[in-house]
Design a protein. Structure first.
Length: 440
């Protein structure tokens, strides 16, 4: 932190971000970071760290007299995610995050990424490809990766809708199948390339009227590549009559795996090398991010109103084997269903989820819930650490999730103050994102 304060760009840039800089993991060489590197680090909440050699770089030059315009902020920081190495003097595998396994030290000693002679199995984007069940294609009409999914009884809820958990699983499935079908890559193949795709944040919202058993949904998805290491995907589901049924946005990060098994956001060269063959998959009309607007909540509109809870509760939640995947870490889709064990509402129609650190079977979490008539905020905690946050909308007249609600769950300065209130009643002053006055 002290090194960062010596950076000549620090004072001009820090005021553009609504966060507590002391909560971030600053590097010892942060006094040498360039203006752009500071923007990316702060905008990502500390997730995107500059890659530097061990030799300390020369001090950053003084900024020009006219300050650069402030870009929009970048995606949410993960407190225990890919950017951190083990603090121990003996290298240890990184703690898994976002529902993916900690990497074992790769055999390869070369740079992260595909080999020089790598080629896709099927080239799509400039030309179409038919789709089938479990076999994604590419629609030139919609300029999207597309695949039909059959809705089975286990996918439905008493609301007459598809479960949010199943919709998130559909989105995960089409992404994984696309990598396999078009590039010939599985998650294990990525690990051999010293790469991992980590899921941090997502929003899923039902906007259609209903969905019956054995109905076929058309799942369309498209990635975008705003800048290393961010790898977000827009996903939509359409009913058989062509109406939009679900819309979702999934914030993923492309990470490299170090020799000690730790994760770090990919550098520009690694990122562009891996995503080179995917660029034609992107739909310019669906882009929610840019190189200067990377933070997840910026993809959502402001409502002009703060989240105003009127009640609170807390409960214990023991992580089940059913909440986790074969790697014994939390599967991202399960969070939407976990919230039902902590809140009385059973009619969630939309949800934002932020996975900051993974959990495992038998972990006991304390869950704090702040809620009102049609929405609820969830803090899944262990001790003083917030591991997962979520924000749900409930009822048939639910409104779209908004930026203020996402910021409550993704900005450390916000959710830490909300946690203090839940734990000891310390009232935080109202701001444009939340107002706790209804709880007093």
């Amino acid at each position: 932190m002290e090194a960062a304060k010596r950076n000549p760009h620090y004072a001009a840039i820090i005021g553009n971000y609504d966060l507590d800089p002391a909560s971030l993991d600053w590097g010892e060489d942060s006094d040498t970071w360039t203006e752009k590197e500071l923007f990316l680090f702060l905008g990502s909440g500390g997730f995107v760290k500059p890659k530097r050699s061990k030799a300390k770089a020369a001090p950053a030059p003084a900024p020009a007299p006219a300050p650069a315009p402030a870009p929009a902020a970048a995606p949410v920081a993960s407190q225990e995610t890919a950017g951190k190495s083990s603090p121990s003097s003996t290298p240890a595998p990184a703690k898994p995050t976002g529902g993916y396994p900690a990497a074992t030290p790769p055999v390869s000693t070369g740079p992260a990424g595909p080999p020089a002679d790598f080629k896709p199995v099927v080239e799509v984007g400039l030309k179409g490809k038919p789709s089938a069940f479990e076999d994604p294609g590419f629609s030139m009409e919609h300029h999207a990766i597309t695949m039909p999914v059959r809705v089975h009884c286990e996918d439905t809820s008493p609301l007459g809708h598809v479960r949010l958990e199943s919709l998130v699983a559909y989105a995960e499935r089409i992404r994984s199948l696309s990598l396999k079908a078009f590039l010939g890559l599985s998650l294990d193949d990525l690990k051999k390339m010293k790469l991992a795709i980590l899921a941090n944040e997502y929003v899923v919202e039902i906007v259609g009227k209903g969905c019956g058993v054995m109905e076929t949904l058309r799942i369309d998805t498209t990635p975008e590549f705003p800048g290393a290491p961010l790898f977000p995907w827009t996903t939509e589901a359409y009913s058989e009559n062509g109406d939009l049924y679900m819309k979702g946005l999934f914030g993923l990060s492309l990470c490299s795996i170090a020799a000690d098994g730790s994760y770090r956001g990919t550098a520009k060269e690694e990122y562009e090398k891996f995503t080179h063959f995917m660029r034609h998959w992107s739909n310019p009309k669906k882009r929610a991010f840019s190189a200067t607007s990377l933070r997840f909540f910026n993809a959502y509109q402001e409502s002009g109103k703060p989240f105003k809870p009127t009640a609170r509760r807390d409960s214990k939640y023991v992580v089940r084997a059913a909440d986790c995947d074969l790697y014994s870490v939390l599967f991202q889709a399960r969070v939407t269903s976990m919230t039902e064990s902590c809140h009385d509402r059973r009619d969630a129609i939309g949800m934002y989820v932020n996975i900051m650190a993974s959990v495992r079977p038998s972990d006991e979490l304390t869950v704090y819930v702040l809620y009102n008539e049609d929405s609820a905020l969830f803090l899944f905690t262990s001790g003083t650490s917030v591991l997962v946050t979520a924000f749900g909308h409930y009822g048939t007249n639910s409104k779209p999730l908004c930026r203020e609600e996402l910021k409550c769950c993704s900005m450390p300065g916000h959710y830490q103050k909300l946690l203090k209130y839940c734990k000891n009643g310390e009232m935080a002053p109202a701001n444009k994102d939340y107002d706790l006055s209804g709880l007093s």
